[in-house]
Design a protein around this ligand. Sequence first.
Ligand code: PNW
Length: 433
Amino acid sequence: MKLKILLFLGTLPSLINSFFIGAATSSYQIEGHNSGINIWDEFTFEHNLHPVKNASNHFLQYEEDIKLLHEMGSKHYRFSISWSRIMPFYWNDIDPNAIQFYHNIIDECLSYNITPYITLYHWDLPHYLNTESINGWLDEEIVYYFKEYSILMFEEYSDKVKHWMTINEPLTTSRQGYGMDCSFAPYKCSLENQFLSAHYQLLAHAHVGYYYLNHYEGEIGLVMNTNWFEPKNEESIENSHLLMDENLGWFLEPLLTGMYPSTLEKYTQSFSFHEQIILMNSFTFLGINHYTSYYIDENKIISVDPNWITTKANWLFNVPFGAFKVFNYINERYTDTTPIYITECGMPQINKGLMDIERVNYLSGYLSEIMRTENKNIRGFFVWSLLDNFEWARGYNESFGIIDVDYENNYKRSPKLSYYWLQQLNKFILHEQ
Ligand code: PNW
């Protein structure tokens, strides 16, 4: 293990002057103590998933959690605001306690000199926006609702917060909530819905990002997720491009060019000229969540290498070289000028417990590869996640945290090995900077 850390530190200098390591969370996965109902409450109830009542109890323990982040040496925290906490029961019914709660979190961060990065939407859509009259992300009106809610958040917090993210992983919402990998809330799945929900998420992002950049000083971006699809041989390269179009290009190309990838033409509608202008002027950075990679062959069959290290999540393999490839690919194929934050990266360990050597191994591999990419625009890395949390359709069975949460013992927090490893790394980075 010592050797691994040393090897890793040897590769640091290329990006180190401008690089940071922070941590990420999302509201529904950790806060608990919700009042209104959102689509994930409905989903977990209907699927008899898990008692999500108080998640990781962050609502009551946020001071302790932010202190732990501070003690890890991180100066950057990505978290989300819960739309359904802010407006719990009906549209524009604003809960002042919720507004105060996020002020408290922001103030707590600032007291430690931790910079807050706020995600406006991390999947907790209020119930009243997913009904027969307003059909969630399938309804054009959602663009208006998301913009009004976001403006309210800017008015409230923008004096203190200068880094914003609009929507987390529109790909996952479209594929898993509305599309062909149907497994997430709100479970309204068809091929048509998959592309329609993506379209409105893109427009919602665009209107909010454009508005923010025209009214405030700060930065804003969309958080996209992508795997890397490694071609198995020369004949598979085109299929690898196609899969990258279907995962990343689907959302990234509209931002950069105002158009969907040509390979998706038969499924997508085009943007008007006005929408194109807004899309292309709606961001100052790209947020990229990257977790894993697959092989793709000439027949578009996806596979994994049996030697890749597995994790508790059946979709997530430890493939460091994929991180190298994916950020090079973004650099070469899409943009070599736009700043990038790696907004999520991490894994769930097979056995719950504090000795998460697998996670140290994963993080050291991924960070080393990220450091040696040609991509010079990467500004920072947010490990997913600060705390063990509610892992959506998989409930509490997958522990992504660098800090353990004991759900049976008053939500007691215990930092894992990876936390201490990142603490050492942060000391080194800060020292070098
Ligand atoms: C992300 N997949 O979701 C989310 O942004 C987080 O809220 C979540 O906890 C984290 O990754 C870990 O899963 C994903 O199946 C969910 O490929 C599923 C997939 C990818 C990302």
